[in-house]
Design a protein around this ligand. Structure first.
Ligand code: ZN
Length: 273
């Protein structure tokens, strides 16, 4: 016969399993697995972090893209590869003026499958350099999205080049809520991630103005962590928990959209070609 304490432990673990099964699925659209993370967090451990967070999928882009490919190979069911143009971390501020990036990105696009190009950094007139213009063209040819860490000005310039571009605006541009609203109203194929910002739910409680924005644009937002330095991997599990908490203050359908459905839709854009 099972001892009462052990039985209690078994029941408790069943309960935890059940709770996990009922957790809202989440897709984290802003994960990087860059070179400086590889030694201390080898691919199996990185995958474990993403699974411990209960993620349905993770959009991963890395400096270099080899990091993304390693994770994708380890867990193709979990990883959605996005092509970061950088060959190393140091290219964040110079890549858009470096013509050798074009051949690199074209070769990667030929060799592998990607749901998008990014996350890249481009502000204002950066978006009009020949290198950036080529990124916009390549995304258009493949019907995939551009994950842009950009100000509103650069996003506008991208849409000027291709009015039908699919743009995932990283961090919602760190823009004020009114600006985010204006941009979503102006561009029908603009989506916005909420990575590394907390004004939508300070202290875990959904802000009323943001709630209204989510209800007005239920199909445009996504959640993410942004592991831009290795230390940020410590927050992936907590970030999923935080997102689930504030999403619960929204109608279930809207919460599901922001948690994972919008991400599934944008990831599938390029698959139909
Ligand atoms: Zn990032």
């Amino acid at each position: 016969m099972m001892r009462p304490l052990l039985l209690a432990a078994v029941l408790a673990s069943c309960g935890a399993g059940l709770a996990a099964a009922q957790e809202r699925p989440v897709i984290d659209v802003h994960i990087h697995y860059s070179q400086d993370a590889w030694a201390n967090l080898p691919p199996p451990e990185a995958i474990k972090v993403l699974r411990d967070a209960g993620l349905k999928k993770a959009f991963v882009s890395s400096s270099s893209d080899d990091g993304t490919q390693m994770l994708y190979k380890a867990a193709p069911d979990l990883i959605v590869p996005v092509l970061r143009p950088y060959r190393s971390r140091g290219e964040t501020g110079s890549w858009m003026k470096d013509p050798t990036i074009i051949a690199h990105v074209e070769a990667r696009l030929k060799a592998n499958t990607y749901a998008g190009i990014g996350e890249f950094h481009a502000y204002g007139a950066d978006a009009d350099t020949p290198v950036m213009r080529r990124m916009v063209e390549l995304a258009k040819e493949r019907k995939i999205f551009l994950h842009a860490h950009s100000d509103a000005d650069a996003v506008e310039r991208i849409f000027k080049q291709n009015p039908g571009a699919y743009v995932l605006w990283a961090h919602s541009g760190f823009a004020q809520i009114d600006k985010v609203r204006d941009m979503l109203a102006k561009y029908k194929t603009l989506w916005a991630d909420l990575a590394f910002r907390s004004d939508q739910a300070p202290g875990g409680r959904l802000d009323a103005s943001w709630k209204k924005l989510f209800l007005d644009y239920p199909e445009r937002f996504m959640v993410g962590t942004d592991t831009y330095v290795p230390e940020r991997w410590h927050y992936v599990v907590e970030q999923a928990r935080y997102s689930r908490a504030w999403l619960a203050d929204l109608p279930a359908e809207v919460a599901d959209n922001i948690a994972y459905r919008n991400a599934e839709r944008i990831a599938a854009l390029g698959l139909g070609q």
